[in-house]
Ligand binder design. Structure first.
Ligand code: SF4
Length: 71
């Protein structure tokens, strides 16, 4: 089974905050409304939430990346 991480393009991000509402397990917002992503890998239902956050970002600023599992 794979693990995943979210990457953000901070140049493209406009701080809408939709991602933090869609994937609150890993995304919070700073004082200006820009996302802070928890770097811990995830899988399972969290991957589904992350995928939805990627799809809903109006600026296409989020990317879901597969990462090697740490042993
Ligand atoms: S939804 Fe997209 S544009 Fe909006 S804060 Fe999140 S990453 Fe940035």
């Amino acid at each position: 089974m794979s693990s995943y991480k979210l990457r953000i393009d901070m140049i493209a991000c406009e701080g809408h905050g939709i991602c933090a509402e869609t994937f609150p397990e890993r995304i919070s917002l700073d004082d200006w409304g820009y996302p802070i992503i928890d770097p811990k890998p995830f899988d399972g239902v969290r991957r589904d939430h992350a995928k939805r956050a990627v799809e809903m970002c109006p600026e296409l600023a989020l990317r879901l990346e597969r990462v090697a599992r740490q042993r």
